[in-house]
Unconditional design. Structure first.
Length: 132
């Protein structure tokens, strides 16, 4: 649905498959905030990346490595075919002017993938977390 893609500029129109080369080894995940906000340090940010078809593409367990929110996530392509990569979890942020206000940003992205020769070497996923 359209709601899952809101703010996810990398994927338009909705539900269009992204072609990924069998030699791909990484997913580049970039989370951004609107101007005037910053990530909450010390919060328990949780980001999970998964593949719905492990026979085609496997995502090893991923833990948030740092607070850059600009990460290379290793992936293992196992066969040509289709899968959906999901990015889920929660991140926390606050206005730059008032760190006492902590906001919660739920993540719920679905990216349809087709693994085929000639696709992208790196899957680019960019998403802007925004206050409702």
């Amino acid at each position: 649905g359209a709601a899952k893609h809101r703010g996810c500029r990398a994927f338009a129109p909705d539900d269009q498959e992204v072609s990924l080369d069998p030699g791909a080894r990484a997913l580049h995940l970039r989370l951004a905030l609107p101007r005037g906000y910053k990530w909450t340090e010390g919060a328990s940010h949780h980001v999970a990346v998964a593949s719905q078809n492990d026979d085609v593409l496997h995502v090893p367990p991923f833990t948030v490595p740092d607070l850059t929110f600009d990460w290379k996530v290793p992936i293992e392509v196992r066969a040509e075919g289709r899968t959906i990569i999901t990015v889920s979890g929660a991140v926390f942020y606050c206005p730059v002017t008032d760190e006492s206000i902590c906001l919660f940003g739920p993540l719920d992205l679905s990216i349809p993938i087709v693994v085929e020769p000639g696709g992208m070497d790196v899957l680019e996923v960019a998403y802007t977390v925004s206050p409702e």
